[in-house]
Design a binder for this molecule. Structure first.
Ligand code: FES
Ligand code: FES
Length: 185
């Protein structure tokens, strides 16, 4: 049975007619064409479909669209304003917080929901909060680095290519040098 719904997504009202059992993820992507929200596991485990509903982070693959009427839905499409990226989007680009990008909208929405509540979380708090968002590509460090860059005010809106000078990189070069030296001895 179809149901008439009024959904408020990123501040805009949408009238939709959908089956009563349609999930928010399906309505966002298939009915409203807001395909920024991704589908990964479909069972509430990976966090790829994360959106913010009335200020709370939810898995849209587990949320009935019919239950969202009268609530404020925030998706990745609503973050950039007036052609300017949200600081989290900026940071993920600047600090390389993604590779294939499938998990990225969910990661960013998860981080946003944390920073909306607590703009100055510790690294441990970020790790704990983001533990529900899985990534098959990045190894997580760059995601953490991206979020902490926003927390610490280290993003640069005029960023072109950030010089990477991390201790880890220098250390790994030293390891290569010592291996090369040993093998040529
Ligand atoms: S697709 Fe919803 S949690 Fe994985
Ligand atoms: S960037 Fe590919 S799954 Fe996270």
């Amino acid at each position: 049975m179809k149901k008439q719904l009024n959904l408020n997504v990123n501040g805009q009202d949408y009238e939709v007619e959908v089956e009563a059992n349609r999930l928010l993820l399906q309505v966002l992507r298939d009915t409203l064409d807001l395909t920024g929200t991704k589908e990964g596991c479909s069972i509430g485990v990976c966090g790829a479909c994360s959106v913010i509903l009335d200020g709370r982070l939810v898995s849209s693959c587990l949320t009935l669209a019919a239950g969202c009427e009268g609530k404020k839905i925030e998706t990745i499409e609503g973050l950039a304003k007036d052609g300017k990226l949200h600081p989290l989007q900026q940071a993920f680009i600047e600090y390389g917080g993604f590779q294939c990008g499938i998990c990225t909208p969910g990661q960013i929405m998860a981080a946003k929901s944390l920073l909306d509540e607590n703009p100055k979380p510790s690294e441990e708090e970020v790790k704990e909060w983001m533990s529900g968002n899985l990534c098959r590509c990045t190894g997580y460090y760059k995601i953490l680095e991206s979020v902490m860059a926003v927390v610490d005010g280290k993003t640069d809106p005029n960023y072109a290519f950030r010089k990477r000078e991390t201790t880890a990189k220098i250390q790994s070069l030293d390891v290569y040098k010592s291996v090369a030296k040993t093998s040529s001895d």
